[in-house]
Design a protein around this ligand. Structure first.
Ligand code: ASP
Length: 349
């Protein structure tokens, strides 16, 4: 019988590794002694990257509006996930560009963040002179949700349905007023696409946000508005405004009786607003990562999902809540809206 060779006794890769480790045990132990404190320090720095100061999320529209609603839902859940206090600061005006400019200039330490929507990617096509670069001056953290919009009007506005609304706006273009939240806002974008689709111009009345626009609509000072469901669902359900159509291609579970604009007279009409979270460019990667992880956790909370769903909004898939996905999405949207707005005849200021 052939006796087993010494190598055959440890022919498995695992056995080889063990033999090697035993042979170099003292060196490995020395390496661990040297590296362990380093590793612990890196982990601690990462966990501590934000310190314990509160975070401020700038919402670039006034309190009580749809972006503010998303900001407050996310801010609360993010604060819990981080174990830190999160405050909302409303910096409305100029279609969201004033708030964005504030964050672009803030200290990049993770304590000043921007929660904005699609307007962060339409602004470059609409403003000739922005004091900041929406891409170069920001570090993306993560996408948040998608929110459809709705066409609504003062309660006593004559048209009975979306088809009539189109005909009425066309026939009364000199008398009708459309409220929006300023050049570059989502309501401006939706109105621009609508008016371009029906080849009509009306007087637009810009507000700092759609919270004050809604107040004037309720008071009958302006005629109609296209705004996120996060602001309109409650008013529609309470019967305080006239609702004509939802701008998404699919009808909404939260407003089942509202037809889509696509089915109601404007085939192909599709506007959905997304929100994202940014830090100023230069924020340390460890800080951005920590906030991104917390944002993912916050958006996965069933209570957050439910609040969004009740308002017709939907959290984006977990795999898209990260800096890279928001960066890619932002770049693609800047390109897309530049073309669409040019075609719609919405020129830079
Ligand atoms: N809905 C607004 C917009 O048109 C923003 C807001 O007031 O939150 O972008």
């Amino acid at each position: 019988m052939i006796p087993p060779s010494p190598t055959a006794a440890c022919s498995e890769p695992g056995d080889k590794l063990i033999t090697l480790m035993v042979r170099h045990a003292s060196r490995i132990a020395a390496l661990i002694v040297v590296l362990l404190p380093e590793l612990i320090a890196v982990q601690a720095a990462r966990a501590n990257a934000l310190g314990d100061k509160p975070l401020t999320i700038v919402v670039p529209f006034p309190a009580g509006g749809p972006t503010d609603t998303v900001g407050r839902i996310v801010g609360q859940a993010l604060g819990q996930a981080l174990g830190l206090r999160v405050m909302i600061e409303n910096v409305g005006g100029a279609g969201g560009t004033l708030g964005a400019a504030r964050v672009a200039r803030a200290t990049p330490d993770g304590h000043s963040l921007l929660l904005h929507h699609v307007g962060h990617t339409t602004a470059p096509a609409l403003y000739r002179k922005l004091s900041y670069d929406p891409v170069a001056d920001f570090a993306p953290i993560g996408l948040i949700n998608e929110v459809p919009m709705t066409f609504i009007a003062r309660k006593d506005f004559p048209p009975k349905d979306f088809r009539e609304l189109i005909a009425h706006v066309k026939a009364n273009r000199d008398k009708i007023t459309y409220a929006n939240a300023g050049l570059g806002s989502a309501s401006h974008l939706c109105g621009t696409l609508f008016l371009s689709a029906i080849a009509t111009d009306v007087t637009t009345v810009p507000y700092k946000g759609t919270a004050p626009a809604m107040n004037d609509l309720l008071g009958g000072q302006v005629d109609f508005l296209c705004d996120q469901t996060t602001n309109t669902t409650g008013q529609i359900k309470a019967g305080k405004v006239k609702a004509y159509a939802v701008t998404s291609r699919r009808a909404l579970a939260s407003l089942p009786n509202l037809p889509t604009a696509d089915a109601g007279g404007l085939p192909g009409f599709d506007v959905s607003i997304w929100h994202g979270l940014w830090a100023p460019r230069g924020t340390p990667a460890a800080v951005v990562d920590r906030i991104a992880v917390a944002l993912r956790k916050a958006l996965a909370e069933p209570a957050v999902k439910k609040r969004f769903a009740d308002l017709g909004a939907e959290s984006v898939a977990e795999a898209r809540v990260n800096p890279a996905s928001l960066g890619e999405h932002q770049a693609a949207e800047v390109k897309r809206w530049a073309q669409v707005l040019k075609k719609a005849g919405a020129y830079a200021d």
